[in-house]
Design a protein around this ligand. Structure first.
Ligand code: CMP
Length: 143
């Protein structure tokens, strides 16, 4: 398996609930490492650009309202098979369909307020990482 990088976002509700640490712990205990991390608050234009692919979906206005309501933590996670591993740790988008023990089953409120975002494929991981980070922001691989 290849070492990959993927973008993870801890969403505003989880930041407000002060559960960043327990979310990061789940990534770390699964062998993922943080290669970059930054707190920020998305404005509407940035959220619209990030979620452009969902613009026509019925949940889009609610999604943008949620993602701009407070600070988020954006991270680059690195490790073997990081993209799929991160998605497995997160669980299904809809917490009611997620497997027990996943972040979304254990911590998410509903499909919109679903605690975390993670890239879904290598191409989106590259685009989403570049959305938030310069190449020079990414720490070299842990030895
Ligand atoms: P995320 O992984 O950030 O990608 C798109 C987001 O849209 C998703 O998580 C949810 O927060 C939100 N969303 C709300 N409803 C839906 C839905 N029916 N299908 C997919 N995403 C949804």
């Amino acid at each position: 398996m290849a070492v990959e990088r993927t973008l993870s976002i801890i969403k505003p509700g989880a930041v407000r609930r002060n559960i960043i640490g327990q979310i990061i712990s789940r990534f770390e205990s699964s062998g993922l490492r943080i290669a970059a991390a930054r707190m920020l608050r998305l404005d509407e234009e940035q959220a619209a650009r990030f979620y452009e692919v969902h613009r026509e979906r019925p949940f889009y206005p609610e999604l943008i309202a949620y993602m701009t309501e407070g600070p988020i933590l954006v991270m680059v996670l690195e490790g073997e098979d990081a993209i799929a591993k991160n998605r497995a740790i997160m669980g299904s988008t809809d917490p009611k369909k997620a497997t027990p023990g996943t972040i979304r089953f254990d911590l998410a409120k509903n499909t919109t307020r679903n605690t975390v975002h993670g890239s879904d494929a290598p191409e989106t991981a590259a685009t989403e990482i570049a959305f938030f980070f310069e190449t020079s922001d990414l720490c070299p691989r842990h030895g």
